[in-house]
Design a protein around this ligand. Structure first.
Ligand SMILES: CC(C)(COP(=O)(O)OP(=O)(O)OC[C@H]1O[C@@H](n2cnc3c(N)ncnc32)[C@H](O)[C@@H]1OP(=O)(O)O)[C@@H](O)C(=O)NCCC(=O)NCCS
Length: 244
């Protein structure tokens, strides 16, 4: 079995294409994952969930040197998944449309978010529960051609941060303010949350497939963290023992 090594300051981010069949890996899912998959009424979200879990188990199995079916998950109250008995390997996943991103790190908790860009009405853009009044003002000030990208850049930056934080909906998206300008570094500008201190976190804009925005957050102010994006199909494929 091949193993992936992950330095203590490294973060690996895997891009997974979900528009392929992953049926051969399904046997690795746990009973509770199979039950969860069954509960989806529609094929698309069921397949997306299943394929993500197959990919997640295969990838984490390579980091832990165990078989995919031996990867054990536990869930926080917020439903953030973690690894049972292993607090030193952090991961997070996100899926949207035809893609998922899986981030893996030792350095600190990570959060990742990918969103497929879609057309937005003026109301969706400027009356929503994602952005604070100050952030909506930032959006309004962006050139019109940048506004939709600003919306999705800002949304993924905030979601990645809250997913790394792991508290779920108990921390409202409006409690943190980030830079929404898609052309600028993704900085946290302000936090109203007692447990999110901007200086303790780092955000990245990830290279995403055309038509998507993606961001990564880590609970570390360490500038030397090294983010490697693994999106090439042939690189990804070698984590599957059967050549998938
Ligand atoms: C986590 C959350 C932000 C997901 O947002 P999304 O954009 O719809 O979905 P994404 O594809 O980006 O991420 C989903 C994945 O994030 C992970 N996840 C779930 N809850 C999470 C959390 N609280 N923090 C971080 N990651 C979480 C899971 O792996 C999930 O994938 P899965 O459902 O296939 O297992 C949203 O579902 C949420 O806030 N949930 C929290 C629910 C909660 O707080 N409940 C209150 C209980 S007290």
């Amino acid at each position: 079995m091949t193993s992936f090594s992950l330095g203590c300051r490294a973060i690996h981010v895997w891009l997974v294409a979900l528009d392929q069949s992953w049926d051969r890996g399904i046997a690795a899912l746990s009973a509770d994952e199979a039950v969860r998959a069954e509960k989806y009424r529609f094929d698309a979200p069921r397949e997306s969930f299943t394929r993500c879990r197959v990919a997640l188990r295969h990838l984490l199995g390579q980091y832990l040197s165990v078989s995919p079916s031996d990867v054990r998950f536990e869930y926080a109250v917020s439903r953030k998944p973690g690894l049972t008995g292993n607090s030193s390997l952090h991961f997070n996943l996100s899926h949207s449309g035809d893609f998922a991103l899986i981030a893996v790190a030792r350095v600190a908790p990570v959060g990742v978010d990918i969103e497929r860009v879609r057309a937005l009405t003026a109301q969706e853009m400027l009356e929503n529960r994602i952005f604070s009044a100050a952030e909506l003002d930032q959006l309004r000030r962006l050139p019109e051609t940048q506004r939709r990208d600003g919306f999705f850049a800002g949304w993924t930056r905030k979601e990645a941060l809250l997913k790394a934080h792991g508290d779920g909906l108990r921390t409202p998206l409006t409690s943190v303010e980030v830079c929404l300008d898609p052309r600028r570094d993704p900085k946290i500008l302000r936090s109203k949350s007692a447990s999110i201190h901007p200086r303790e976190w780092t955000l990245w804009t990830l290279a995403a497939p055309a038509g998507y925005h993606a961001s990564l957050a880590v609970r570390s102010s360490e500038p030397q963290v090294d983010v490697t994006q693994v999106g090439d199909d042939s690189t990804y494929r070698h984590c599957f023992p059967d050549g998938r």
